[in-house]
Design a protein around this ligand. Sequence first.
Ligand code: BGC
Length: 741
Amino acid sequence: MKRLALALLCVAAAACTPGKSGVPAYLDPSADIELRVEDALSRMTLEEKVAMLHAQSKFSSPGVQRLGIPEVWCTDGPHGIRPEVLWDEWDQAGWTNDSCTAFPALSCLAATWDRELALLYGRSIGEEARYRGKDILLGPGVNICRTPLNGRNFEYLGEDPFLAGEMVVPYVKGVQENGVAACVKHFAVNNQEVRRTSTSSNVDDRTLYEIYLPAFKAAVQKGGAWAIMGSYNLYNGQYNCHNKKLLCDILKGEWGFDGVVVSDWGGCRDDDEAVTNGLDMEFGTWTNGLSGAPSDKYDNYHLAKPYLASLKSGKFGTTELDDKVSRILRLIFRTRMSPEPHYGRFVCPEHYAAARKIAAEGTVLLKNDGALPLNIPQGGKLLVVGENAVKKMVVGGGSSSLKTRVEVTPLEGLQDAFAGKAEVVWERGYVGDVSSSYNSVSTGQDLSESRSPEQLIADAVKAAEGASCIVFVGGLNKSDGQDNEGTDRSDIVLPYGQDKVIEALSETGIPLVAVNISGSPVAMPWAGKAGAIVQGWYGGSESGHALADVLTGAVNPSGKLPFTVPVCLADGPLKTERQYPGIKSPDKPYWDEYYDEGILVGYRWFATKGIEPQFPFGHGLSYTTFEYGGAKASGKVSEGGTVRFSVNVTNTGAVDGAEVVQLYVAAPEVAAGRSKIELKAFRKVFLKAGETSRVTLDIPASELRRFDADSHSWVSDPGEYTLLAGSSSKDIRAEARFTLK
Ligand code: BGC
């Protein structure tokens, strides 16, 4: 009956296209997607079209009820499926079926340097999104870690555009295999949280194209992302949710993006620019951006009544409107109304296993003088110290906060691992963040504490008596001023006096393992005093098991830092207020920030300036050792060709393990303002003890170009290049040269 009615409607509308067996083309799953879009568009009224462009609730936009075109439902993203919220409130709705699998933070995924795991991550989270009935997953985030202080570094894929670009592509593909659109965020040059809605990132074109855009471009062109989210900040003086250069010229123009541009929540600021400058869907919190007007008036959004009025008055024609609606329809035909049915799955053993594997593979062994893997005699004692050993951290941090039934803490992970073998005792050591809820989701933990800092240290030292080893688990957390949306840190020094705790523990003479849980680099002035140092992350549901897997040696660590850990903040490239956090001139309503450091971000800065970091980008040890030898590169390469590099890698230790072979390129002329080294290829190889593998890495010559702002094109620098293969950006084990003709 419904089909018949629709068919009749179709006959009534002259431009409508029938599909197979008389079904309207837009309802015919076998019809070409562009035909479906065109057909649906031709049936819609002006009001129906405008209604699709803006939110109707916190996370949904209306479909077309008359035509049976469904609503679009979004969810954060990017580490799991956000709990259901009330229609127009951030607070969770209190459903009991929405506790998700919490996957590790994206900084951890980046640290795996493993494309397969990025695919597994994308697939798993995509399945969870589909099961929960979501069409757009608000993630992944690919903003470059420009400063260690950025509160959202934990949601991103590190400091290098190539690494981020390689990891985002499989994530996006994995999500979208499930008929769920990945919404890559936050486009673009959104590299800090402080004054995130009122700062203009002023970046030169070369820096923009070489550092801040490549991961987005890869997500769009190689990953085929169906949605992208504009960021809160301005770029060169125009708000990014309707920034003409970013959205019209680059994203939809140069890159040919055919998906939907979604505003960040409340990030749209202007009636006219919202129409003309590439925004497709406006989401948000309040009626007019972020100012807190009555919350039930979605009709007052820029792309709602004001737009309808301008269309009716003839101020705007329907070209932009039809383009926006076509993109949204395309997204719907790719997701909810896709020809292939998708059902997903939710909180299943496979997803926990994926979360555990990714968390373990991303764990980075920074230093080891033999304290790891843990060697506790039968019946012995292991002392665990630190708040992060017990604090549940899936809840908190902003929009990525989740509700999960299971979150295994590091202490629980170690207790499970040593059950029946050794006693695992915990002491707090310091007090950090005692809060335990976010948007009315609670971890149920009571972390209140009455002891003084001195007493806490004294108690921890006392508890060390008789222990074979101390594992300190500290770092940052997801409260304000830590790894948290909306705020940045003020320094990279560990908060809450943790340095003192670590120093005191090191003085006991008992082997000390320091585990830093964070999504950003922290200073480690005690690095020389700890027997082993581990960079852990917000590991999600299986956090503690994964950490225990690595500490006990059940998993041989193979994670590599996705960012540089500097000795101190001052060693990094951001030196002035102009650069960070920005300056205010009286004549502008926003702050200005200048990316004066240009392309010298992260290791590019440290390597080019010859500054020694605490731990370099790409660094990470294993319980085995690897030797490189027999490096070879294709001798001469022409512009359209590919450089082929190969090297033997041997596992020379006693245990099986994985090495991430990293290939950096040193261009002939640092004079052209290039970084001394740039990562251009990498591969993770698993090798049994004693095994050798020949690792081949290809670099298309086009990847060696730099962006020339004057000609607005990518240009090559011919000459002799050096290929540097290594275990980190500083630990180069093999070299070869080639000439670019
Ligand atoms: C964040 C986005 C998020 C959105 C919806 C914004 O505040 O910046 O990353 O997806 O809220 O929760």
